[in-house]
Design a protein around this ligand. Structure first.
Ligand SMILES: Nc1ncnc2c1ncn2[C@@H]1O[C@H](COP(=O)(O)OP(=O)(O)O)[C@@H](O)[C@H]1O
Ligand SMILES: [Mg+2]
Length: 237
């Protein structure tokens, strides 16, 4: 399989997510993300970025509209979708502080029914991939913010997802750590050929993306390329 075959194709049509009585978090969003594409999603706070990501990741259900991943709705086999197809990286790492870096990365592999020795081998390789071969046995609580986010990326990659969804993955990091996390996401995408959808205010992410989508009031609005996206972010403060 060549790398480009490894990414999922995402098609959303007429997506809407209401929170009654008055909030429309996502308002008639249609988009297609090609296999292996890197799309950045920007927009002001409250514009619906997290809500849209949750719909694509099938963490939430739309009020109307559809999501299809490689031509099928993820809800058809939700457990398999979450276990084998999609990986998540959040702004806050959600590591278990009382477990080691390696044990944290092993968690999704336990869910996938992989035996202990193979789990350790894979978790070790993944932590090496994110530059943490020397931190395998350090507890989550003792890692720095940047290290935790790198462990979170290793964990998200554990089941070799074809689609990686990241919600402001560098939002809580200093610029050096943020740049490292960004490098890792991009390397992982290129090496695996996976599709990458990243919510971010970070102009550096928008600049590296193949395409930037700008959300406002739950809708995709024109506002174009990376430079425009970055400028819009600055203007919005
Ligand atoms: N569970 C919820 N209940 C009510 N309103 C929500 C809920 N989740 C999100 N919202 C609202 O939907 C809108 C979009 O939120 P969100 O997707 O978190 O935006 P963003 O990630 O761009 O900051 C906001 O007005 C937010 O308050
Ligand atoms: Mg958000």
């Amino acid at each position: 399989m060549c790398a480009a075959d490894a990414g999922a194709r995402v098609v959303a049509a007429g997506l809407r997510r209401e929170h009654p009585p008055a909030i429309v978090a996502v308002d008639d969003v249609s988009l297609t993300i090609e296999p292996g594409e890197f799309v950045a999603l920007t927009g002001p706070s409250g514009s619906g970025k997290t809500s849209l990501l949750a719909l694509v990741g099938a963490l939430d259900r739309p009020t109307a509209g559809t999501v299809e991943i490689d031509g099928a709705p993820p809800g058809r086999d939700l457990a398999r979708y979450h276990r084998e197809v999609v990986g998540f990286v959040f702004q806050h790492h959600h590591l278990l502080g009382h477990l080691s870096a390696r044990d944290n990365v092993e968690i999704p592999l336990v869910g996938a029914g992989i035996g202990r020795a193979e789990r350790r081998r894979r978790a070790t390789a993944l932590l090496k991939e994110v530059g943490l071969a020397h931190r395998l046995d350090v507890l989550g609580a003792s890692l720095s913010g940047g290290e935790r986010q790198r462990v979170a990326i290793a964990r998200a990659l554990a089941n070799d997802p074809r689609l990686l969804l990241a919600d402001e993955p560098t939002g809580a990091l200093d610029s050096a750590s943020a740049s490292r996390v960004l490098d890792l996401l991009e390397d992982a995408r290129l090496r695996r050929g996976m599709t990458l959808l990243v919510v971010s205010y970070d102009a550096a992410i928008a600049e590296r993306a193949d395409r930037v989508l700008h959300l406002r009031d739950g809708r995709i609005v024109p506002g174009g390329g990376p430079a425009l996206g970055a400028a819009a972010q600055e203007a919005e403060g």
